[in-house]
Design a binder for this molecule. Structure first.
Ligand code: HEM
Length: 180
């Protein structure tokens, strides 16, 4: 039996990360639709309500995601300045951590809503963000994945987070204002 050429062997190593990433997207979507939204809100010190808290945490994740992309470009020698790889790693981890309490509130208190196009886009992007983030983390330790894997998964996660910010925090800042 002839061995698989290098390129297709690389792509097959992505099957499991892609499959599990896809399962995460579907699981979040099904949970977001199947469970009855509780509407519960958590009070967090320094914020007047859950909504402004979510808006500012999401904005924090948005800014850290930009740091991630700039530091990734530096790591790939595209910037001509050297930013330590630790900046890329930690900005990514912090950005992800900031989204957790926000998405927990979205999924548990609000659920996946599709009555308004902005909120539908937001809800789907939210599920997709965690799916592509999972696939990226699972592909990261694999040695023989194609060279485009991390830039593509990282780029998709970044685009999803930008879309999440535009369909929530940016909407809030333009519709309601810079409230804390
Ligand atoms: C995981 C799936 C997610 C679902 C189903 C979801 C769903 C929702 C829904 C239905 C709303 C209310 C929208 C409105 O009526 O205005 C909302 C608000 C919000 N979501 Fe999410 N979301 C998700 C993930 C995320 C993530 C990952 C972030 C941040 C990174 C986020 C940030 C926000 C913010 C800041 C608001 C408040 C502003 C607003 O009301 O639009 N969401 N979300």
């Amino acid at each position: 039996m002839t061995a698989l050429p290098q390129q297709s062997r690389g792509v097959t190593t992505l099957l499991v990360p892609l499959l599990i990433g896809g399962l995460v997207v579907v699981a979040l979507g099904v949970f977001g639709r199947a469970h009855t939204p509780t509407g519960f809100a958590v009070g967090v010190a320094g914020f007047s309500a859950a909504l402004p808290m979510k808006v500012w945490l999401t904005t924090g994740a948005f800014v850290l995601a930009i740091v991630q992309v700039v530091s990734a470009l530096s790591m790939w020698g595209k910037l001509g300045i050297t930013i330590p790889p630790a900046v890329h790693r930690w900005s990514g981890r912090l950005a992800f951590l900031l989204t957790i309490p926000v998405a927990f509130h979205c999924l548990y208190a609000l659920g996946l809503q599709y009555d308004v196009p902005r909120v539908l886009a937001h809800s789907l992007l939210g599920c997709f963000f965690y799916g592509v983030f999972t696939a990226k983390l699972l592909a990261l330790p694999k040695r023989d994945t194609p060279g485009w894997t991390l830039p593509v998964f990282g780029g998709l996660a970044f685009t999803a987070l930008i879309g999440l910010w535009l369909t929530s925090s940016f909407w809030f800042f333009t519709a309601i204002g810079f409230k804390v």
